[in-house]
Design a protein around this ligand. Sequence first.
Ligand SMILES: [Zn+2]
Length: 255
Amino acid sequence: MILRSLILTALIFVFTACSHSPYTGRKQLILVSPSQEMQMGLQAERQILTHQPISHNPRLNAMVRNVGARIARAANKPNYHWEFHVINSNQVNAFCLPGGKIFVYTGLFKVVKNENELAIVLGHEVAHAIARHGAERVSMMELGDIAKQVAQRAAGPKYQNMINQAYGIGANYGIFLPYSRKFEYEADEIGLYLAAKAGYDPRVAIEFWNKMRQMSQSMRKPPEFASTHPSDIHRIQRLQAIMPRAVAIYNQSRR
Ligand SMILES: [Zn+2]
């Protein structure tokens, strides 16, 4: 009985750490504080910038910075330190670190043909950041134990390991473990609203994700933002279901 009440107390403590995803209102259990999360992001960003070739292509950098700034403004998170980097790599990919560090590979532009399509990808990545999916994943993975250690330590190899696991960053930063399908759908949804709010037509997303779906079917490693099952037709159906709300936000943004 004593054990049971102890467990109950622990559960009550844990559930006070509940927060909600923006836009969708989904309940989340997050045991990592925003400032710890920011620090995780900064540390990982520094590592990636040291080990990955930065692109100096002026056109791509300007495009990513411009679209990124508009999406970030729409996200309306003054505490985030948004950074948008372009990395030279043939991979069709983009990803985000906690606190708003977004990376886009030059290979992405084999599929992304204009600013509107880029807005769909960046919306999705920014959504992962503001919905704190990394922190939520850490909390889910290591409920209790590791989260406590994170609270106690600011750095160290174990900490780094956890960041890598949480963000699915492999040893060479090229290998991504998929987020759960739930996170991907949520990033799609929030991302679509953000793109719409930033003044990009959300209807472009349907054709764009179809294009990505076809492309990722032929790829050995599908990109982060297509990391749910490549033949996932449900993704398109869900986008269609939320499209009216996205279009309403888009119309509002153009007034
Ligand atoms: Zn994603």
